[in-house]
Design a protein around this ligand. Structure first.
Ligand SMILES: *Cc1c(COP(=O)(O)O)cnc(C)c1O
Length: 376
């Protein structure tokens, strides 16, 4: 909670739940990444928070951008970054969207299959491509599925196919899983990256770039290592697997760039129990899974919650949202400790909500408006 956010909320006219993002924190995060990984270019993962204020701040600081769709590319361009600072990082693209991105000046594309390489060779002739390979994401609190990436052997075939079709096989990428608290996770991925570089070299392809992905954590309830520790660990792994021939590198932080910059203010709508015998308290807020807190799915991300009654005795509560969908329950398997004195109408502050909230909120499910956002 920053003093600027506290002051903003104090002056705000009451109108439902809202997200407030302190842009000074985003700036500090960008500078911390640039400092911890000085030889690495930062490509901010736009999906984490695509607000124009965030994009133009980062564009002004010199950041590059990882976009996943044509509208995200257009938002980045509108924020003042040129197309040569954008990579189209989604491995699943319509050919007409590749063509549109190419028309807009984008020249770097992610692939993980032969068919995607063929689309790019037709719609973005001569462009740079990097191949995403699979990684199991052990240790991540928000692990990624097998949806993206191919295995390391296939990556070599994909890059060779790119060269055959006149594209520039530029490098490889991986993602160690979001909210990755183990600084050593990059080591094993970089081992595979090194192998792909060597196998490509045997086929006469000189790769240049390793995209180290995102995964840098933000602090929720558990402590997380500082970004310098990630920088050191990554540098050590690069030396180990690439020796003196360290490739060009990029990172794509999303959560680590904006997560701790945001706070959601929400109101308690109801506190109740389910039977005379069962004392388990149910606390219903005016925001839930459909209002921006989608990452509570499977109780994966556990946000710090402040109440006006902190310090009073607490008891584990089920925490749920306001909609009439029974899936709109955030913490139940692991009840959330909240003050027994908590009352209807109390305002709660949910911390660490600057990433993956505003654009996850439904447009008007059940009549609830999308999450209001303020970037200050
Ligand atoms: C979502 C995403 C990121 C950002 O991941 P974080 O864990 O939020 O840092 C980076 N790269 C790609 C390709 C992504 O899809």
């Amino acid at each position: 909670m920053t003093a600027r956010i506290r002051e903003f909320l104090r002056r705000r006219r009451e109108d439902g739940p809202c997200l407030v993002v302190d842009l000074d924190v985003v700036r500090d995060n960008y500078l911390a990444f640039a400092h911890a990984l000085p030889d690495t270019r930062v490509f901010y993962a736009v999906k984490a928070n695509p607000a124009p204020e965030v994009l133009s701040l980062l564009a002004g600081l010199g950041s590059c951008f990882d976009a996943a769709s044509v509208p995200e590319i257009e938002m980045v361009l509108a924020a003042g970054a040129s197309a040569d600072r954008i990579s189209f990082g989604n491995t699943i693209k319509k050919e007409r969207d590749v063509a549109r991105a190419f028309e807009l000046g984008v020249r770097m594309f992610a692939v993980d299959s032969l068919a995607e390489v063929e689309k790019i060779s037709r719609a973005a002739p001569g462009a740079r491509v990097f191949c995403r390979f699979l990684y199991d994401c052990a240790g991540a609190e928000w692990p990624l599925s097998r949806k993206f990436g191919c295995d390391a052997e296939m990556a070599v075939d994909v890059l060779e196919h790119a060269r055959r079709l006149g594209l520039e096989p530029y490098g490889v990428s991986f993602h160690v899983g979001s909210q990755q608290r183990n600084v050593r996770s990059w080591d094993r991925a970089l081992k595979s990256a090194g192998q792909i570089f060597r196998e490509c070299a045997e086929r006469g392809i000189q790769l240049q770039m390793v995209n180290l992905g995102g995964g840098f954590p933000t602090e929720y309830l558990k402590r997380v290592p500082a970004v310098e520790n990630y920088g050191r660990s990554i540098f050590r792994a690069l030396r180990k697997h690439f020796g003196n021939a360290i490739p060009e590198t990029i990172i794509e932080p999303g959560r680590g760039m904006v997560g701790n910059a945001g706070i959601i203010e929400t109101e308690v709508v109801l506190v109740s129990t389910k039977s005379r015998e069962d004392e388990l308290r149910w606390v219903y807020l005016d925001i839930g899974k459909f209002g921006g807190l989608a990452e509570t799915m499977d109780e994966a991300i556990r946000y710090p919650i402040r109440t006006p009654r902190d310090g009073d005795r607490t008891t584990g509560c089920v925490l749920a949202g306001p909609t009439c969908d029974s899936a709109d329950v955030m913490y139940e398997k692991n009840p959330y400790p909240l003050p027994v004195s908590l009352e209807i109408g109390d305002k709660l502050l949910i911390e660490g909500t600057g990433a993956y909230t505003s654009t996850y909120s439904a447009v008007a499910f059940n009549g609830f408006a999308p999450l209001k956002t303020y970037h200050i």
